[in-house]
Every structure is written in C-alpha cells, then in structure tokens.
Design a protein around this ligand. Sequence first.
Ligand SMILES: Cc1cc2nc3c(=O)[nH]c(=O)nc-3n(C[C@H](O)[C@H](O)[C@H](O)COP(=O)(O)O)c2cc1C
Length: 179
Amino acid sequence: MNILNLYFSSTGNTEKVALRIEKAIRDLGERVDTLKMTRKDMEMDILNYDFIFAGSGVYGQLPGEPVMGLFRSLIRKYAQKGEIVPCSPRRPSAKAVIYCTYGGTHTGINEAIPAVKYMGQLFDHLGYAIVGEWYVIGEYHPEKMRPYSVSGRLGDIRGRPSEQDLQDIEERVKGVLKT
Ligand SMILES: Cc1cc2nc3c(=O)[nH]c(=O)nc-3n(C[C@H](O)[C@H](O)[C@H](O)COP(=O)(O)O)c2cc1C
C-alpha cells in the first residue's frame, strides 16, 4: 500500500499526532511518506497514494494558511489535468483520513468542523473515500492564549494531546488500515 501522511502544525500538537500515525503505520509493517505541508508542495502527486492521512491545527475555524494555499493550488492543478470531474467518481481503493487538532474554547468541536470539512473536499473531489474524520483536542501554546486552555467549552485541556489521545490515534490507524 502507498501511504502518505500529510500534516501542518504551527505549535507542535498536530505534529505529535502525525508522528504517532507514522509510528503506527510502521508498526504494521507498512511504508509511509510523512510530509509537513508548505505552500510549495505542488510537485507532489498525491494520486500516487492509495491511503492518505491529512491533518492540521485549527486556526480561526480553518486549517493553517499553508494548507489552504496548497489545497487551493492542488484543486486547480488536478482540475486542469482532468482528474476532477463532475460527480467525483470514486477511485477504486483510494481512501483518506482527515483530522485536526483543535482547542474549541468558544464553541467546542463546532469551530473545528469547518477545517476538517475543508481539507476533506480536496480528496472527495479526487474520488477518495473519506474513511475517518478525527478531532483531537490540542492545548493553546502561545502565551497570550494559554488562558483558553482552562476557560473554554472543553474545560481544562492542558497537556492535550495526551499520551492517551496518542494511543487512541494508534488504535484508530490500525482500524482504518483494515478497511
Ligand atoms: C492563532 C491560533 C488560533 C486558533 N484558533 C482556533 C479556532 O478557531 N478553533 C479552535 O478550535 N482552536 C483554535 N486554536 C487552537 C489550536 O487549533 C490547537 O491548539 C491546535 O492543536 C494547534 O495545532 P498545532 O499545535 O499543530 O499548530 C487556535 C490556536 C492558535 C495558536
């Protein structure tokens, strides 16, 4: 199986999840390419991969700016190549898991859902089956945002993602790779 593990992380939480995904895949004896997204990753051909994990932190309800820029460019590129067509026919055996880490201080998971849905649309347009949407809690690291980690809708989220959160991710990876 060709597996791609794409992620963007500004303050380190999503990177922890992405590295745990990488470990879980390797523990299963599979190879994986892990890539931190930048706007410049246009050369990469994601269609070479039949299983893709894509994740980002949530910033202002959306994925990070490099992800937004990259995904916009990729949609344009694949549309021009004729790979995005009306009705988005499924590509046999192409699957994706989309996930985010989020703090949810104002409206809980509702302020993370747009980020996951946005990222998922690139893969759905390309005919990948979305076999998982994962929401992982991630504390606020910038000094002035630290109070959000104790005063928001999700309560005290300091230390998240925790070791338990990361073990849950490992279990989920094992689960979806069997689908
Ligand atoms: C500038 C900034 C904006 C954020 N905006 C949101 C937001 O709109 N919704 C949310 O649920 N979490 C928000 N968060 C919390 C982050 O999504 C959370 O800490 C996430 O785990 C960060 O991922 P990263 O460490 O991989 O960058 C924000 C954090 C920062 C630093």
